[in-house]
Design a protein around this ligand. Structure first.
Ligand code: AKG
Length: 289
């Protein structure tokens, strides 16, 4: 492992910093080791990106969305496993709120977004911008709350500069039991695998799924509340159901991509809303691989 080039003000190597010292206002210090892991594996775990106090502010808004106190249009409030929407969300296996920052503009620019911006630039370089955000919540006792294996690029349209840092913030401790993220390390070096809608066609199922090969061994990544994982556009991932009797598994995702990709997406009417036009959603890479 290379020694870290960026010293802290008192000269300590950032590799040895505890999470509280890695948080510096709007910034979170990413180490050389983090960058190496992100390049090699397609994802990296960053501890303590948000403190307990900072998480309380996030959680208060998050739960307003889950309680339906903030109006979210059509398919942007759905069950990710069944595609159901417009019905009682208490029955949903994976409650999915797409683009919450569009529905609550005052959430834009919050501290997590600002730290995510700094992390994306340290991992991917200059010119990264927020593309979309998302909330994904699994209730206890929902073994069916499975997020099927996929590569994110399969859900997205083809663009030239695909640099991506998808920041996945654990609002609850995220464990194998309650359905933490699982990754196939290094799978971003492959091209996009063929994906298919989980059921029916894309209008019935936004969810896409691909198959694991015989040698594919998924790696579960258990993280604490306030930690994040960051993954790129190509790494294969998903998560299991929530078999815990008591623990929710709430995640808040902020995805940053290159400015040119976001501009191209918007030009083609692709906004990551599930309400985007059908022909746009049918044009995604995974259906044409
Ligand atoms: O939260 C999950 O289980 C899956 C999230 C995911 O696929 C993503 O953030 O790209």
């Amino acid at each position: 492992m290379t020694s870290n080039a960026a010293p802290t003000p008192d000269g300590a190597a950032t590799d040895r910093l505890d999470p509280a010292r890695r948080r510096q206002g709007d910034r979170y210090i990413v180490t050389d080791a983090d960058r190496d892991a992100f390049r090699r594996d397609g994802y990296v775990h960053l501890p303590g990106v948000m403190s307990d106090d900072e998480m309380a502010d996030i959680e208060a808004v998050y739960d307003r969305f889950l309680r339906g106190e903030i109006t979210v249009a059509g398919k942007d409030f759905n069950d990710m496993t069944t595609g159901e929407h417009g019905t009682d969300p208490s029955g949903y296996a994976v409650v999915n709120v797409m683009v919450p920052r569009r529905y609550l503009p005052e959430w834009q620019g919050n501290l997590y977004e600002r730290r995510a911006q700094s992390i994306a630039e340290q991992l991917c370089g200059e010119g990264m911008t927020i593309d979309f955000d998302q909330l994904l919540a699994k209730s206890p006792g929902r073994a069916d709350a499975v997020f099927h294996w996929h590569q994110d690029q399969a859900y997205w349209i083809d663009t030239d500069d695909r640099r991506t840092a998808t920041c996945w913030l654990a609002v609850d401790d995220s464990t194998i039991e309650n359905g933490c993220m699982q990754f196939l390390p290094g799978s971003h070096h492959e091209s996009v695998r063929p994906h298919r809608p989980l059921h029916g066609d894309r209008s019935a199922s936004h969810t896409l799924v691909t198959d694991l090969g015989p040698d594919d061994v998924m790696r579960p990544v258990e993280i604490r509340r306030g930690d994040i994982t960051v993954h790129n556009e190509g790494v294969l991932h998903g998560s299991g159901g929530n078999t815990s009797a008591s623990s929710h598994r709430r995640a808040y995702i902020v995805a940053l991509r290159s400015e040119s990709t976001v501009a191209e997406e918007r030009r083609r009417g692709f906004t990551h809303s599930h309400n985007d036009a059908g022909d746009v959603l049918d044009a995604v890479d995974g259906l044409h691989a």
